[in-house]
Write a protein that binds this ligand. Sequence first.
Ligand code: BDP
Length: 690
Amino acid sequence: IDGSNLWFAQSQLHSHNHSLQPKSLVVTDMDGKLTLASNELLNGLNQLFQTSIKQKSRVSKGSVWLSLTNNSEVIQFIDPQELKALGEDGFIIKYIDEKKSVLITGNNQKAVLYGVFHYLRLLQTVAIDKDSLNITEIPKYKVRILNHWDNLDGSVERGYAGRSIWKWDELPTKVSPRYKKYARANASIGINGTVLNNVNANPHILTTEYLKKVMVIASELRPYGIQVYLSVNFASPAVLGGLDDANPKKEEVKDWWKNKVKEIYELIPDFGGFLVKANSEGQPGPMDYGCTHADGANMLADALKPYGGIVMWRAFVYNPKGWDRAKQAYEEFLPLDEQFRDNVMIQVKNGPVDFQPREPLSPMFGAMKETQVMPELQITQEYLGFSDHLVYLGTLYQEFLQSDTYAKGKGSTVAKVTDGSIYNHPVSGIAGVANIGEDNNWCGHHFAQANWYVFGRLAWNPDADVKTIAEEWVRQTLTQKDKVVSSIVEVMMNSREATVNYMTPLGLHHLMGWDHHYGPEPWCVVEGARPDWLPTYYHKADSIGIGFDRSSTGSNAVKQYFEPLRSEFDNIATCPEEYLLWFHHVPWNHKMENGQTLWNQLCLKYQEGVDEVKKSQEVWSKMKTYIDEQQFKEVQEKIAIQLKEAIWWKDACILYFQTFSKQPFPEGVEEPVHKLEELKKLKFDLKHHN
Ligand code: BDP
């Protein structure tokens, strides 16, 4: 199994579900809207039950019955209120006793398709019976979207699975079969939108030539309910339109955007909208003209509004002159909270810095009340070992989504302040930076597919349990053997904590080599580089201790959080240890909860990370007889790399920090196999990773 079939690879029933073979499939479909869904269901069932299920026109004992909700018979069995509440995307799967049949229904074709995928998933992943088939699923977020950082030249920024799947030079004439497979995979986990190009946007995506290519992709994705969005460069009116500048207050600039938007909708009537990175890391934006983020976002929002389009405006802004990068988005955006149009969402990364293995939540969540905030998660493992390390991100996503902001008292989790449960805005959304490329297995590492999968499942329901999702993925992708499933799930569930430990334990962050963000370079100094891109800016190790003082005696970033979080983070005695060095500069001999000194605990955490990878290597080596040969071997090779690099990380960090602490390694920490000077000379080979 080469991974090209993703989580459709196994197609085997859960061992308890063999008796559930349907006697017939009935599709009530007057106008051909359900063709895709019924084909998907029929093929899925035939494959799972290894048979050829008959299609019939009347529901009878043992049927699976597919229908839109507007069917007169469906209405007999389900309360109209319930049907209405399903909205656009929700579905019902229900065992109807009177008919002795299973009904799958939703208000439109996309919803029915979601229902079909869900039913097929249940058959593969849990023991089901008549009673458990009484399911109503409604997605929490309206926009569930992937952000591709794909460039028009086919390269992918922070992509580790080969080149872009979008073949711009072949389009619009040649249409890659992968577009449909991509759409199907996304639909199967509930994703309903995709931003095709990099946030560092090339203005040329908006030329008529490129829009015609986008149109073809959009029509390939449409049947699966995936809407297309584009990242736009704020300077486009000047670069493409020949205007003097892109000042959002100027009429000719507004008109340029209006005309461009009109052109887009003529080609793509269901176009989703724009994603914008402005005045960030050198990108142009409204502040170039003395205007605000709100001025810029609103101008685009006004152009899109008549067509139902939205703007996703990113809050990833920071200035090298600032004292503390972690504070800046909040400072720049909070004063604008009341100014954004209702079709603007502010897209905010989970943590206040940048997709680190662990960060506390960004204080923007919950604080922006008048504006819809949408979380941005990273699926591609920019800071977590690229596609070489096995890291299941479900636990990271869950930790973040369940973090309490306290914005409206206890229980105001990030999920609740962004999915519409607490603040009510017309749109809501969540984005994941894609880890997809043209590699045979799509994501570079077999297990990286699980991160795409879990992102989709959590975008549908941010309160879902990520262990259950891991199990779902394993059963569909790797094996149905119960014992084996639980061992693999355990490896997955521990993998992120292991990575935090061997890379950046106890709240450390951004120790990666500058620029490529791969291996450890806590010592890194680059002449002329932005200080806030260098590890020393973040760890601040010295003879006294280590960590960034963001408490009230330091940068006071803690002030941006609601109480009681603010005080909890501010006080070294109550600050959770996993964030200790994020918020405090802590003396080497500080006593930790378990009685160890900080120095000892730091070293032991690095060792723990390495040990955990060793453990997963052992577990995996026992999987040989249960897992497909290719899957087994490819994962095994990657774990060997991961272990080598975990040791490399540990050695580099503890040897380097030892030059400040001047203390020996505690018992239990393996002697470094590398020398600091050697590690400093190691040149990272980017070619190997792209
Ligand atoms: C950083 C990446 C950079 C992205 C940037 C962003 O290193 O490549 O362009 O985020 O999100 O994590 O805009």
